[in-house]
Design a protein around this ligand. Sequence first.
Ligand SMILES: C[S@@+](CC[C@H](N)C(=O)[O-])C[C@H]1O[C@@H](n2cnc3c(N)ncnc32)[C@H](O)[C@@H]1O
Length: 250
Amino acid sequence: MNDNANVSSSASSGGDLSELKAQPTRLYGRRLGKPLRQRQAELLEKELPRFSLIHPENPTIDFPKSTSEMPLWLEIGFGSGEHISKEMERGEKRYIASEFFENGICSLLGRLIETEKETGNFPNVRLWAKDARVLLDALPTASLDGVCLFFPDPWPKKRHSKRRFVHPDNLKRLARVLKPAGKWRVATDHPVYQEWIKEVMTHQNLFQIFEPATTRPEGWSPTRYEAKAFREGRECLYWEFKNKGLSEIK
Ligand SMILES: C[S@@+](CC[C@H](N)C(=O)[O-])C[C@H]1O[C@@H](n2cnc3c(N)ncnc32)[C@H](O)[C@@H]1O
């Protein structure tokens, strides 16, 4: 990691990387939006435990043996779960879905229960209803095939740059848990975050970087925030970084 890179200060990137502070351990953002209705409170109490059987030290044991050949992916900040729902329909991957916003967790729980009823099978999704960074620190080295981070909170003000998920501290976490050549997919419509991602990724050496796509790549599922960006006329950028699997971070 080239933490001391000589990075020029740029207003468009929402802060200077060379002055970036460590990630705060405290979470910022909403845990609760509108007060929960009774049905949502019941979902959290009765259904969340059923879908939350994650053993961070060996996450694959929570999935049926019949799915053991399927790649294991993590989605960080799934929002209301539109992307995960589409991925369930595709049926190609197992997912750990991480989110701490309770209304969003309830939305995904509702979809998981519907899928279970329709198909008669327990969906290939397990929930982590807490800060994704705690899970990243607990997972074994090289345990994930891929990670999705779609439309993360942009924190566009310079003084909030340390709260952005694309942060050198989190790059180390991601590079450790991803398998060598594991994929890290990121998308955002926010111009400040787009510049920030380019700057952070240019000044690191844990991931192989590629130019972002300007249309959603084939095989990626849509998200709610992407749909909002399209409606409001904002351009989205889509990156897929490849983990170099460097031994010094193991
Ligand atoms: C702007 S929303 C995007 C939601 C969704 N990915 C989409 O594209 O529709 C970002 C989400 O990330 C969640 N989030 C932020 N930091 C997180 C963290 N450390 N762990 C898990 N979720 C997080 C927030 O609660 C929020 O719901």
